[in-house]
Design a binder for this molecule. Structure first.
Ligand code: BGC
Length: 251
């Protein structure tokens, strides 16, 4: 029998969900996407998630990503999401909107991507200390030790030369400042060099939309550590979310 789960990825522009084959990491059936409500308050997002589950006719356990630190199923930060998420009790929220009987696991978006890459992506993601970064509006991070996730690292907020890494090296910063790949790669190198100096990882995995064009900038990086693009691409969040609830992870 196939082992099927359901994951939902909450992003700044869209909220996406799909059934996931937990043995292969592939989607089963279509991915459903609904535009992120504005403002993206906890109630509005939870209602959108409910709508996705209704459309999918899924009443089983669900894993959900959030671009926030999640500890004890409480959202603690809101760097790029509505500030009303701070201190939100995610168990209470989801039980109110998705049903008290349903098992729900909410976790950081980059952590979900890390779980998925370690299980279904590059086998090297399971060896030694690995840092996965998602480059988008912000910079998300997942820190993996021999494939085990250390949750809630927020390496994108590391202050380098007086500035938070994600403020000058995210792909949003590249667009905002209209930087060439070469100029932007210099900034990303600066960030990776700092992570190298402090964590000595064996591998960097780079994800997020811009990793699709990795051949344009990864070769321009000046780092000692190997850098590879993520393999699951935009599937990683949904797959990692489905894995998290299947493993009863409730960070
Ligand atoms: C948030 C992280 C998140 C990342 C990517 C950052 O601004 O602080 O929690 O993982 O953006 O969405």
């Amino acid at each position: 029998m196939t082992n099927i789960g359901f994951g939902i990825d909450v992003g700044g522009s869209g909220i996406k969900g799909a059934r996931v084959d937990l043995d292969t990491g592939e989607f089963v059936g279509d991915r459903i996407k609904i535009l992120t409500p504005k403002p993206a308050t906890p109630t509005a997002v939870a209602e959108t998630i409910k709508e996705i589950l209704t459309q999918a006719e899924w009443d089983g356990p669900v894993g959900i990503t959030l671009p926030s630190v999640v500890r004890d199923q409480k959202a603690l930060t809101a760097a790029n999401i509505d500030p009303s998420w701070i201190d939100c009790d995610l168990r209470a929220l989801m039980s109110e909107h998705l049903g008290a009987e349903r098992e729900v696991s909410v976790l950081n978006d980059a952590d979900a991507a890390g779980l998925a890459e370690a299980r279904f992506g590059n086998p090297k993601a399971r060896e030694g200390a690995v840092i996965l970064l998602t480059l988008g509006t912000g910079i998300g991070s997942a820190y993996l030790i021999d494939g085990t996730l250390v949750p809630n690292t927020e390496f994108g907020h590391m202050v380098i030369d007086g500035k938070e890494a994600e403020h000058f090296a995210s792909s949003a910063a590249k667009e905002r400042e209209d930087l060439s790949y070469s100029k932007w790669a210099k900034r990303v190198s600066k960030v990776l060099n700092e992570y190298e100096r402090l964590f000595w990882p064996s591998l960097f995995i780079v994800g997020g939309g811009i990793s699709r064009k990795s051949e344009k900038w990864v070769p321009k990086l000046s780092v000692e550590t190997p850098v590879v693009p993520a393999e699951l691409r935009n599937r990683a969040g949904i797959v990692g979310a489905a894995m998290a609830v299947d493993q009863h992870l409730h960070p």
